[in-house]
Design a protein around this ligand. Structure first.
Ligand code: IPD
Ligand code: CA
Ligand code: CA
Length: 267
């Protein structure tokens, strides 16, 4: 394993231990609202600190961008860690056992290493640039489905941006009638990891942040899939509008969402 991935996995495991221990003791979880329908807990912050401590111990000069604490500048601008310490906070605070730790490393602006750790199932999804993607050390691949017939797609509702509801549910409907079924499980990181593992045939969501998708994007690409914005371009880390699937399924998803984009989602 690449030494930087090794550190990422160590950091993800230590955060995951904090999260799964606290999941059993909900009375110790303190929740606040940081935005519209946007929860954060003391556990998100404790997990984040554990990750940052592990990374900084190994690489004190690297830069870090993390959901709860923002940018931690380092003298070496070539290395940037992108962290979501707890993806699926709503599930976590409601007692639904589906959430993950997501850590990615960009080197000179390119995704290089990624880990997504599901502490409830003990699943560690990893990827290194040019080296494929793995689940608990075994190779995973995107399902090479040729269309939406018989497929299951993952998605996320735009619950923090409800002004997109009309456009989103039109897209949803267009695809839903063609698929076998859809899933809204509540963790963008795991949605992308499940695309990489071939558990779902594709995924789309509006308005995500870089920490939701960075690690998942490398996993999908290294597992043989594509990740784009809503018009097939590469603006998804800026716009937060993301589609991930095999080449053929992605093409069909883009075709289905195109009529519902309007100006604000056309990127
Ligand atoms: C959220 C989850 C959710 C997605 C949201 C994300 P958080 O991340 O990934 O599935 O629908 O858009 O913000 O807030 O739990 O880290
Ligand atoms: Ca997130
Ligand atoms: Ca989070």
């Amino acid at each position: 394993m690449h030494p930087m991935l090794n550190i990422a996995v160590r950091a993800a495991r230590s955060a995951g231990n904090i999260i799964s221990r606290s999941f059993e003791q909900q009375d110790k979880v303190e929740v606040e609202l940081k935005g519209t329908n946007d929860f954060v807990s003391n556990i998100d912050k404790a997990a984040e600190q554990a990750i940052i401590d592990t990374i900084q111990k190994a690489y004190p000069n690297h830069c870090i961008v993390s959901e709860e604490c923002g940018v931690v500048d380092g003298s070496d601008q070539d290395y940037q860690w992108i962290i979501d310490p707890l993806d699926g906070t709503t599930n976590f605070v409601k007692g639904i056992p589906h959430f993950a730790v997501s850590i990615a490393l960009k080197v000179k602006g390119k995704l290089d290493q990624a880990v997504i750790y599901d502490p409830i199932r003990g699943e560690v999804f990893t990827a290194s640039r040019g080296k494929g993607a793995q689940l608990n050390g075994s190779r995973i691949r995107v399902k090479q489905s040729k269309d939406l017939n018989g497929s299951v797609l993952a998605t996320g509702f735009p619950f923090k941006k409800k002004h997109h509801s009309d456009a989103y549910f039109e897209m949803f409907k267009t695809m839903f009638v063609k698929t076998a079924d859809m899933r809204r499980a509540g963790s963008a990181a795991l949605d992308l990891a499940y695309v990489a593992a071939g558990r779902v045939d594709g995924y789309f969501e509006i308005g995500l942040k870089p920490w939701d998708t960075a690690a998942g994007e490398l996993l999908v690409v290294e597992a043989g899939g594509l990740v784009t914005d809503f018009v097939g371009g590469h603006n998804h880390s800026q716009s937060g509008n993301i589609v991930a699937a095999s080449t053929k399924v992605l093409k069909e998803i883009l075709k289905d969402i195109r009529p519902h984009l309007g100006e604000s989602l056309s990127k």
